[in-house]
Design a protein around this ligand. Structure first.
Ligand SMILES: *Cc1c(COP(=O)(O)O)cnc(C)c1O
Length: 396
C-alpha cells in the first residue's frame, strides 16, 4: 500500500504545528513561526484567545450538540446578533464556507421558483473565483484545476471576467437568477471589486429583479476593516455567504439573506445535522464579543493601513521581486515578479514567517486581526530579509 492514511490531496509542507499562542505557531520540532496566514483568514483572534477558548470549553461541558429537531436558543441568539449587525433578516448556519455558498445558491434559485420563474436558475459568476470544493461550488468557478475530472458539473453558471461590468450585464438573459461574486477575491489573487463594478451589479439587480449574492467567506467578518467588506462600497447584497473568521477556528459558516430573498426557504427546503449546534454557536458568540467591541474594527483598519504602507515602502528596495500591494484591510497581497509558492516556502523555511500564495504570483498576507505594530515590524523585517536572500529557481 502506498497511499497515505490521510488522503493525499494536499501537498503539505514541512511545518507541523502542534501549538499556537497569539500570532505565533509552534511546530513539532519546537520552531516558532510568525503566523501571517492565520489558517487562511480563519484565526481572526489569533491562537488560544482566552475568551474564545473559555466559551468553547464551557459550552462543551454544558451541551455540545442536540439536533435541529429541537428549539435552539443558542442559534436564535447568534442569528439575531448577526441580523442586528448586517443587511440580513435571516441566517442559516453551516459548518464550512462551501456549505454556506451552497445554501446561497439554493436560496437564489428558490427565490425565483417561489416567484413563479423557475427558469431563472443561472448565476453569473466571475473568472478566477473561488467558492469552495463541493460540486456546486466548483461548478461556480471557471478554474480547470478545481473542475478537471469532476464533470459533469452543475449546470446554471455563466463566467465573465472579474470587474468587467459591461461583460456581466451583457450576459443577463431570461434564465438569469443573479450574480455570485466575492467582494474581494481571495484565492484568485487578492483583487478587490471596484466600486463601479459592485455598484453596477447592484443597480442591474434592482432593474432586472435579480439577486446580488456576495461570497464574503474570506473577506467578511472584520478582515477588511469593516464587519463586512461590502459596507465599504455602499452596496447591500440580497444573500451572502460567510465562514472562515466567523468561528475564529471553530468550523462554522453562515448564509445570510434578506426576508425577500429568503422567501423560498420554507420548512423542509434545507438542512444540516451539525449546522448551528450549541458548541458552534458559543464559538460564534465569543468571536462577536471581541469583534463588535468598540474599537476592534478601527484597530483592524489602522493595522491594515500601517501594514500596507510598510509593504509599499518596502517595494522600491526589492523591486526585482515585488511589484505591487493589493487588497483591503488585513487581507493584503504582494504581487511578485516570481512564483509566489517558491517565495512563500522560502519565507517559511528560512525566515519563519507564514504566508499563503494565491493566484500564481501573489503572496497573501492574512495576519490575525489582533496583531499590533510589533508584529507588523517583525513581518516586514522578515519579508525584506526574505527578498534579499531569495534566489528564484530559473525557469528556462
Ligand atoms: C475558503 C473559501 C470558501 C470555501 O470555504 P470552505 O470552508 O473551505 O468550504 C468559499 N469562498 C471563499 C471566498 C473562500 O475564500
Amino acid at each position: 500500500m502506498s497511499i497515505t492514511a490521510l488522503m493525499p490531496v494536499y501537498p503539505r509542507c514541512g511545518v507541523r504545528p502542534v501549538r499556537g499562542e497569539g500570532c505565533y505557531l509552534f511546530s513539532e520540532d519546537g520552531t516558532r513561526y510568525l503566523d501571517f496566514a492565520a489558517g487562511i483568514a480563519v484565526n481572526a483572534l489569533g491562537h488560544g484567545h482566552p475568551h474564545l477558548v473559555k466559551a468553547i470549553a464551557d459550552q462543551a461541558a454544558t451541551l455540545m450538540h442536540v439536533s435541529n429537531l429541537y428549539g435552539s436558543p443558542q442559534g436564535e441568539a447568534l442569528a439575531q446578533r448577526i441580523v442586528d449587525n448586517s443587511f440580513a433578516d435571516t441566517v442559516f448556519f453551516t459548518n464550512s464556507g462551501a456549505e454556506a455558498v451552497e445554501c446561497a445558491i439554493k436560496t437564489a434559485r428558490r427565490y425565483h421558483y417561489a416567484n413563479g420563474n423557475p427558469e431563472r436558475h443561472k448565476l453569473i459568476t466571475f473568472q478566477n473565483a473561488f467558492h469552495g470544493r463541493t460540486l456546486g461550488a466548483i461548478s461556480a468557478t471557471d478554474q480547470p484545476k478545481m473542475r478537471d475530472g469532476f464533470e459533469p458539473l452543475l449546470p446554471g453558471f455563466d463566467y465573465v471576467p472579474f470587474n468587467d461590468l459591461e461583460g456581466a450585464l451583457a450576459r443577463i438573459d431570461d434564465e438569469t437568477a443573479g450574480f455570485l461574486v466575492e467582494t474581494v477575491q481571495g484565492e484568485g489573487g487578492l483583487m478587490a471589486a471596484t466600486p463601479e463594478f459592485l455598484q453596477g451589479l447592484r443597480k442591474a439587480c434592482d432593474e432586472h429583479g435579480l439577486l446580488l449574492v456576495l461570497d464574503e467567506v474570506q473577506c467578511g467578518y472584520g478582515r477588511t476593516g469593516t464587519f463586512f467588506a461590502h459596507e465599504q462600497y455602499g452596496v447591500r447584497p440580497d444573500i451572502m455567504s460567510v465562514a472562515k473568521g466567523i468561528g475564529g477556528g471553530f468550523p462554522l459558516g453562515a448564509c445570510l439573506a434578506t426576508e425577500e430573498a429568503a422567501k423560498g426557504m420554507v420548512f423542509g427546503t434545507h438542512g444540516s445535522t451539525y449546522g448551528g449546534n450549541p458548541l458552534a454557536m458559543a464559538a460564534g458568540q465569543a468571536v462577536l464579543d471581541v469583534m463588535l467591541e468598540p474599537g476592534f474594527l478601527d484597530h483592524v483598519k489602522a493595522m491594515g493601513e500601517r501594514l500596507r504602507s510598510a509593504l509599499e515602502q518596502m517595494i522600491p528596495n526589492h523591486d526585482h521581486l515585488f511589484e505591487e500591494v493589493r487588497g483591503k484591510g488585513l487581507m493584503l497581497g504582494i504581487k511578485l515578479k516570481a512564483d509566489a509558492r517558491e517565495f512563500v516556502a522560502h519565507l517559511r523555511d528560512n525566515h519563519q514567517l507564514l504566508t499563503v500564495s494565491a493566484g500564481g504570483n501573489v503572496v497573501r498576507v492574512l495576519p490575525p486581526l489582533v496583531i499590533d505594530e510589533r508584529h507588523i515590524a517583525e513581518a516586514v523585517e522578515k519579508l525584506s530579509a526574505g527578498a534579499r536572500t531569495f534566489v528564484p529557481v530559473a525557469d528556462d
